[in-house]
Design a protein around this ligand. Structure first.
Ligand code: UDP
Ligand code: MG
Length: 305
């Protein structure tokens, strides 16, 4: 049985794949038998051609190619579905996760943990991105009921047991960081270097990141649904208080109540809340609909194994 499966999602990384393969080879040959599974997430550059060439020269390189761009976490899923190793390593294909850090993770795993996360020391992101990330991790850790270590990179190593658990989770909206934490195995963290991107551009823009965060929150927490109850209670409370206030004014102070402004305020307030809640319910309903459709999570165009 192969000892390590290394899974690498690749989306337009033609400048990085060969160097990553070379550096991984140097590191991994000292650690044991391994396979490298590159998952081409519908790249429009030469990434897939390069992966096929690597496979010709090195039988340890395997490749899956999607029919279109399905997204980072789905690319990882496809790799997980095909991994044969006893231990699984995940890393990005842009050289931001240095292969040279893998031995540290391996050592930690041997100490008896089932999952070792690579945690980056310092983030090389803008202040805005760091703030958004802080809010997101606080929210997800407070309300999902699972503990997902912050500042984690994709670089990590874990036991086959976790692979089996992950592969049995076939939901369509996939937030791998949350899914791994959800399985609840014995985890450790290990500080790793995280390089700045040298070549190519980041494939995550603000919209994609927001969608990922939104996906993560709705997949791992039903708090937004409960917000309806809380807001309902709040607006009913405000309404009641206001009602009593008017009665008091009319009966005890003899001041007639002017209706127009208060009606408009009440209508807008309650109407707004109702639309908000409807939107949240719709969001979850949409998810249920997608699950019921039961489409495959990804579609392969080609593979080399
Ligand atoms: N990636 C992918 N599909 C996508 C977007 C990104 O497979 O739709 C890959 C990308 O090639 C890289 C990794 O996921 O190997 C991380 O993406 P990126 O470096 O753009 O994200 P960042 O590090 O900027 O958050
Ligand atoms: Mg990156």
């Amino acid at each position: 049985m192969i000892e390590f499966s290394i899974i690498i999602p690749v989306y337009n990384e033609e400048e990085n794949v060969s160097e990553l393969h070379r550096r991984l080879g140097t590191v991994m040959e000292k650690l044991g038998t391994y396979e490298i599974i590159f998952v081409d997430d519908g790249s429009s550059d030469r990434s897939w051609q390069i992966i096929k060439d690597l496979h010709e020269r090195d039988a340890g390189v395997k490749g899956l190619s999607f029919s279109r761009n399905f997204g980072h976490h789905i690319a990882i899923t496809a790799g997980l579905d095909h991994a044969k190793g006893k231990a699984i390593i995940l890393m990005d294909g842009d050289l931001q996760d240095p292969p040279e850090e893998i031995p540290k993770l391996c050592r930690k795993l041997k100490e008896g943990y089932e999952l070792v996360y690579g945690i980056r020391k310092e983030k090389k992101d803008s202040i805005l991105k760091r703030f958004a990330s802080f809010v997101f991790w606080r929210f997800i850790n407070s309300f999902s009921g699972i503990n997902i270590p912050r500042n984690q990179t994709l670089l990590r190593i874990f036991d086959r047991k976790i692979l089996d658990a992950l592969n049995s989770m076939r939901e369509r909206s996939r937030f791998i960081h949350g899914m791994m934490a959800w399985t609840g195995f014995k985890t450790a963290v290990q500080e790793v270097e995280h390089a700045a991107r040298k070549r190519g551009v980041s494939k995550y823009n603000a919209v994609k990141l927001f969608r990922l965060a939104f996906n993560a929150i709705t997949s791992f927490s039903t708090l937004p649904l409960r917000v309806a109850t809380y807001l309902g209670l709040l607006s009913a409370g405000v309404g009641m208080f206001y009602g009593f206030y008017f009665i008091y004014k009319k009966i005890f102070l003899g001041i007639p109540v002017l209706g127009y402004a208060s009606i408009i305020v009440a209508v807008l307030f309650v109407g707004g809340i109702q639309l908000l809640i409807l939107g949240i319910i719709g969001e979850y309903l949409g998810r249920v609909y997608q699950e019921v459709q039961a489409r495959p999570i990804y579609v392969l165009r080609e593979h080399v194994f």
